[in-house]
Design a binder for this molecule. Structure first.
Ligand code: A4P
Ligand code: MG
Length: 184
């Protein structure tokens, strides 16, 4: 992959509450790295389920620069979810891995979509979730949210979201992450 065509920047949230959660996340990061360059991964947090799921989640986010357009990028994420054993029974149900695109930009300009349920950008619920906003501010705190015009760090402060880190993994590559992440 050449570096000159990394026009897209993605902020991806990941969550897992089934199986070996950290292993699922580690594998997802490894696969997503193949879609671009300059990967940055947040710390990982354990959070109680929002909605009908009945087991705690591990959550975090990552950024990646990529030449791949958003719809194709999303298709790649869905393929990775399937590869990691994700099955869809209940909306918001338990899942081995969930990969959502929170924000995307093209040459520094935020991408927004309208009337396209296949890919909604920005992710409509992201700002209401501490498990997205807290890790996002670690690695993309100055990213301007296209709907509110405030940075992610400003959004987090407004809501006073805080979480305790469970795994320190603010590492740019899986190789480093593997040394720093250990399942509890
Ligand atoms: N889709 C549209 N826009 C996007 C986007 N920006 N990123 C479409 C990713 N996908 C997007 O997703 C259904 C369809 O949404 C996809 O096929 C895609 O075309 P899904 O992953 O099958 O459905 P889901 O995840 O069950 O529903 P949804 O609405 O995506 O829920 P969320 O927002 O993912 O929330 N509690 C804790 N503590 N931690 C969690 O991570 N996650 C959820 C699910 C609920 N409770 C949680 C957590
Ligand atoms: Mg999802």
């Amino acid at each position: 992959m050449t570096t000159e065509n990394l026009n897209y920047q993605y902020l991806i949230a990941f969550g897992s509450n089934l199986g070996s959660r950290l292993n699922n996340i580690d594998k997802a990061i490894y696969e997503i790295q193949k879609l671009g360059k300059n990967v940055c991964v947040s710390n990982i947090y354990e959070t109680p389920p929002l909605g009908p799921a009945d087991q705690k989640f591990l959550n975090g986010v990552m950024t990646v620069a990529s030449p791949i357009t958003p719809i194709i990028f999303l298709e790649n994420l869905l393929t990775i979810e399937t590869m990691l054993g994700r099955t869809r029974h209940v909306r918001w149900g338990n899942r081995s891995i969930d990969l959502d695109i929170i924000l995307a930009s093209y040459n520094g300009q935020n991408i927004t979509t309208k009337n396209n349920n296949e890919l909604i950008l920005p992710h409509p619920e992201a700002l209401n979730r501490n498990f997205v906003l807290v890790p996002a501010t670690e690695i993309a705190g100055d990213w301007m949210h296209p709907t509110t015009g405030r940075t992610l760090e400003e959004e987090r402060k407004l809501r006073d979201y805080q979480l305790d880190v469970i795994h320190q993994s603010a590492s740019p590559t899986r190789e480093t992450a593997k040394q720093t992440i250990t399942e509890v």
